[in-house]
Structure formats: structure tokens, C-alpha cells
Design a protein around this ligand. Sequence first.
Ligand SMILES: [Fe+2]
Ligand SMILES: [Fe+2]
Length: 321
Amino acid sequence: MIKKVKTEDLRKGMHIVLPDKWFAHPFLKNEFIIESQSQIDKIARAGIREVAVRVKGTASEPRRAALQEAAPAPEQAPVCPPELQEVIADRKLPPEKKAKLVRQKSIEMMSRLMEDPSAENIAETKKGVADVVDLILTNDSTSKYLLNITSYDYSTYVHSVNVGFLAVSCAKSLFRHSTGHNMHELGAGFFLHDLGKVNIDLSIINKPARLSDEEMAQMRKHPQYGYEILARTRQLTEECRTIVLHHHERFDGSGYPLGLKGEDIHLYGRICSLADVFDALNSDRPYRKGLGPFAALKVMKEEMMFHFQKDMFEKFVMLFS
Ligand SMILES: [Fe+2]
Ligand SMILES: [Fe+2]
């Protein structure tokens, strides 16, 4: 028999059944017995608030043993799924299908990184991001579909992938005629822009309502936390770490954490903030439905234009034409 259990009530030893679609959750198997608190934390971080649980005795002992054996510890899986590179290299895949698979594998990569953002895992993620960046730089037909965001999930790792695709595409368009930008490093900065959220309380990240002032003050520390993780692990150039620190700064000086204005905000941070705001408006949030791409761009133009550099915003809009 199956019963629904709230994520906060999950315990080790429970036999859980997650949705069939693997990309709806961050695990390799959709059915397994919980072996550690970190698996429960991972479910909570994925924004899953309720889980189907097989009640005791409904699986035979041999079946239980098989499940325990079959369920791989998530920590053992490589951070960058080998399939990501295979899919990108596959010349026979139609662009739409390729984009869908690249998205799925990138989400998997980011969810594993967020579980353990060690220097080694960040370095491995950078390699995966570099392959995605090369795809966007060289294959227009696939990159068009990468921007077709049909999942409105705002979990941190889905959002990180969306922002990565959008910001790399925007940088490609802006830097078409210049060679002075390391697009691999730049891409890593975009994909990792919200890395600091790993240090924010899960109750704040997953709160199904608007944040209180105190919670918002906590949340506003994530750019600094992300920057510090990258500095401590000696990952990314200082310039690209700045993307993480500056992605919530606003062109009119109304952003955080530093309240920087105009071109004091790093060029790369200004690109990231466009992609970040667009994805936040486009996606479902706990307190409202996602607007969809065209309404999101309209709100940015009509209500938030002072937050962005005008000519850069115009280039960003062109990505959707
Ligand atoms: Fe952020
Ligand atoms: Fe973000």
C-alpha cells in the first residue's frame, strides 16, 4: 500500500516512490529505501513537499534487500553525467531532442553539484559547462531550442541551467565581434551564479510563500556566499567570480549586496542579472504562476527598465525573435 508523507516527516528506512520522470527529482532511481539524512535533504532541496511511501510489509524482504542494493548512494554518481558529452557529440540527434537531453543532463549535473560543491566537483562541472558553451557557440539550431524553456520549475538547479543557457546565448550575441572573453569561464560563472544558496536554510529556499524581511536578509547573503565558496576552492577567475557577487546588483543602484550602479557592476554581472530576472519572472513561484516569456519581457521593459542596461536588454530581447 502507498501513502503520502510530507518531506519533513521522512525518515531513514522508509521505502519511497518518486515520480517516474527522472528529471522531476535529483536521484538516479525513482524507487528506493532512504539510507541517509542527506537523501531527505536532497528531496527537500528539490522542492518536493510530499512523497509516496510504501508502507511497511508491502514489499517482500528479498525485494527490500534488492532495492537497498540497487539504490546507489547519490554521492557515488559522477557530478557531470557522461551522457552529457555523448549527447552533445551525437550528430544524428534532431536539434529539438538534443536540446531536451542537454537540458536534462545539465539539470542532473547542477543538482549533484549543489549537493556537494567541493573544488573537485566544481572543476568537473566546469568541464560539462564548457561542452554546453561550445554547443551554444557552434550549433545555432540546438541553441534555439535550449532557450525554449517549457519547464516552469524554479528549483535552484533548474533555474541555474536556464540562466546558464540564456546568459551564454546573450554573451554570444554581445561578443560576436570580440575575442577577449573566455566563454568557458564565463559560462561557468553563469551556471554557478546561485551557488551560494547551498548555505541558505532549506526552510527559506523552499518556503511556499513570500519571504519575511528577516528571511529576505538571509537570502540576500547568497551572492557573497557563492563568491566565497569559489574563492576558497580556488575556482574560476576573479572576473567570473564577480558574476556570482554582482548578479543581484541593478543598473540604477537599487540592487544588493553592494548597491553598485551602472558600469561599476561588472559587464558579466549585468548580463547575468538580465537572464536571472527573466527566468524568475518566467517560472512558477510559490506565490504566483510563471508569466511566460513574452509577458516576462514586457514586465522587464515596462516596470523594471531602470534595473538594466538598455542596449543590453534590447540584445537580450532579440534572443527570442
Ligand atoms: Fe541569485
Ligand atoms: Fe538566480
